[in-house]
Design a protein around this ligand. Sequence first.
Ligand code: CMC
Length: 431
Amino acid sequence: MTESTKNATLTIDGNSYDLPIYSPTTGPDVIDIRKLYSSAGVFTYDPGFTSTASCDSTITFIDGDKGELLHRGYPIDQLASKSHYLEVCYLLLYGALPTAAELEDFEGTITRHTMIHEQMHNFFRGFRRDAHPMATMVGVVGAMSAFYQDSSDIADPRQREIASHRMVAKMPTIAAMAYKYSIGQPFVYPRNDLDYASNFLHMCFSVPAEEYVVDPILARAMDRIFTLHADHEQNASTSTVRLASSSGANPFACIAAGIACLWGPAHGGANQACLEMLKEIGTPDRIPEYIARAKDKDDPFRLMGFGHRVYKNFDPRATVMKQSADEVLDLLGIENNPILQVAKELEAAALADPYFADKKLFPNVDFYSGIILEAMGLPTSMFTPIFAVSRTVGWISQWKEQFDDPQQKIGRPRQLYLGETERNYVDVENR
Ligand code: CMC
C-alpha cells in the first residue's frame, strides 16, 4: 500500500470526515473508506462493485477507456504475438518474465504434474454422460481437495506453490476428461513431449484407435486463446476465488468456486451463448431483428459477446481473437463460413447503431473465440471449460498474491437493509 498524499472530505449532517486517498502506479486514485463506519457510522453502497477496489494488486491493469490490458506491465497484444501461455503463466505467478533456464524449469514442473490421481477417474464416472463439462469440472476440481491433501495447507508457502503448479498442470487434463466422458470415449492420458496447448488438443481428440496429429497452427491458436484469457484483474470469478480464500478455504475449493462463478452467461458462459446466438441468427438478413431485440427494454435478450464492465472503447483481446479466427478458418480451408459472416456483419451493424455507440458496447473476447473453437472441432459445451483452463493461472496468481498482503482479512460486505424491523413471532394458528 502506498502512502496517502491527499484526503477527500465527506460531510454528513454537518460533520466532516477526512478520508485518505491513495494513488496507484497507473489508473484512478482510490479513497480509503475502511474507517468510515467506525468514525461516521455509515456504510457505502455499491452493488456490483462498480466503484470499489477490493484489494491492492500488482498483477494486471486494465484501462477500459483506452482498451488497454497489461499483465505485469506487458501489453496483451505483445504477449499474444511474442510470448506463449506457459511463459505468461510464469509472468503472472512470479511477477517477471523468466530467463531461459527459469522457463525450462517451470515448463518441466508443469509438464510433470499433468496426470491426475488414477482414483479420480472414478469421480468422472459418477456423472451422467450428458452433464455439462463445467458441472463436471466444478465437482472434480473441488474433489482435488480430497486427493491432494499434501498441498492443501495454506499456511505452508511450499504447499501453496505445489498446489499452484498442480492446478495449472492438471486443469487441461480435467477439462479434456470431462469432454471425453461426455462423448463416451476413453480418457486420454497427457503426453509430456507435447507443449501445453498441443497436449490439450491431443487429450481432446486422440483415441486409442488413432493418434491425433496436432497441427502446429491450431496449437498456436489454442495457445493464444489460453493466453488471451489468462487473467483479467478483479472480475467476478477472480473476486469469488479471493473471497472464498479469505476464509482460509483450501486452494482447490477456492478454484472450484471460481469455476462455478465463471460458468454464468454474463461471464465465461458468454462464449457458448454467443456462438449459439450467432447460429440462431443464421443468416445476415435476420441481424436487424436481433439488434432490435437487444435494444428493446422489454426483451431480456442481449447481444452475447458484446459489452464489458470495464472496456468502454474496445476489448484488446477481441482484436487479436478476430484476427485469429480469420487465420484458423483460412488454415482449415473453411471459406465463406456463414457464422463468421453473421458475426462480422452483426459487429458492423451494432457498431453503426447509436444504441451500442452511446452505451459504449463493443465486441468482447467471447465474440470471436467460439468461432475458432468450433472450427477446431470442439462443441459449444467445451468453450467455457477452455476459458476455465486458461483463467486458472489468473485465479491462482491472485490467490497467491492475497497471502502476501498483510491487509487482507475475511471478505464481509455490509448491506442496505430494507426488510422488516423487529416484530414478534405469530403462532401458526393465528396467521
Ligand atoms: N446487449 C444489449 N444491451 C446491452 C448489452 C448487450 N450485450 N450489454 C449491456 N447492455 C446495455 C444494458 O441493457 C444497459 O442499458 P441501460 O443503461 O439502458 O439499462 C447498459 O448497456 C449497461 O449495461 P449493464 O448491464 O449495466 O453493464 P454491466 O457492466 O453491468 O455488464 C456485461 C457488463 C458484460 C455483463 C454486459 O455487457 C452483458 O451482459 N454482455 C453480454 C454477455 C457477455 O458477452 N459477457 C462476456 C463479458 S467478457 C468475458 C468475461 O469477462 O467473462
